[in-house]
Design a protein around this ligand. Structure first.
Ligand code: PEP
Length: 246
């Protein structure tokens, strides 16, 4: 399994930020992990051209339909055509801001695969759900509902992102992260058998250079989905280096 350092630029980034990609590649020309950046849709083509295959590029969402009258939406094939090979689906910000359901995320994942993209499917509990002791139940429900039956270790990556840890500087304890990742692996094994061992399970939520090494040392953590710290080549590069060394 090749571990994955994935950056999510969210609604940040203009062409003026493309030199961050050049700097990242220059600082880490041969990482021992896969490196992915997911810029806003407006930058996918330009970033793919800048990356020239040295790192992977992904989208942050796609529509479940292949084409049609859906003003403002983007089809998976359009991302692929622009140079993307991955797409993030079901991020908690999309679940919250756009009311995305597990069923919709599942349909988007099937659309992503049909276009030849790898789907990064996000799951995670709110703080209230964690406080109520419902973390594993919530994540199990999201996983069952959001991941289509056709998922394989090649076409799907799972990202565990506690909603309360995203962009807050707070993270679960290391045992809490390990507990969720072990549960994710067990659920995938129950559903997909031996291939489940090959699924990459990313942790996301306030990963930064100072905590990356200890998180990457945990069992069943096969990389990270990084928001804020992916915007600067120096920070993201340090996380890439930590994953490469794990
Ligand atoms: C994210 O948006 O997926 C994320 C994990 O953000 P941050 O790293 O900023 O918490």
């Amino acid at each position: 399994m090749r571990k994955l350092a994935a950056g999510n630029w969210k609604m940040n980034g203009l062409t003026a930020q493309l030199p961050e990609v050049t700097a990242l590649i220059a600082a880490h020309p041969a990482p021992a992990c896969e490196v992915l950046l997911c810029p806003p849709a407006t930058l996918v083509a330009a970033m793919a051209a800048t990356a020239a295959g040295r790192i992977a590029i992904g989208g942050q969402d796609c529509h479940p339909k292949a084409s049609g009258a859906h003003t403002g939406d983007i089809a998976a094939a359009m991302l692929k055509d622009a140079g993307a090979t991955y797409v993030i689906l079901g991020h908690s910000e999309r679940r919250a801001d756009h009311g995305e359901t597990d069923a919709l995320v599942r349909a988007k994942a099937e659309a992503a695969w049909a276009a030849g993209l790898t789907a990064i499917i996000c799951v995670g509990e709110t703080e209230a759900e964690r406080d109520a002791g419902k973390t594993l139940t919530v994540i199990g429900t999201q996983l069952a509902g959001s991941v289509p039956d056709g998922a394989t270790s090649a076409n799907t990556v799972i990202a565990y992102e506690p909603v309360w840890a995203i962009g807050t500087g707070r993270t679960p304890t290391l045992p809490e992260i390990a507990e969720v990742h072990a549960d994710l692996r067990a659920r995938l094994t129950a559903r997909f058998g031996a291939d489940a061992g090959g699924f990459r399970l990313l942790y996301g939520g306030s990963v930064k250079p100072s905590n990356a090494t200890e998180i990457f040392a945990l069992p069943n953590v096969d990389g990270a989905l990084v928001g804020g710290a992916s915007l600067k080549a120096s920070d993201f590069g340090a996380i890439v280096a930590a994953l490469s060394a794990a």
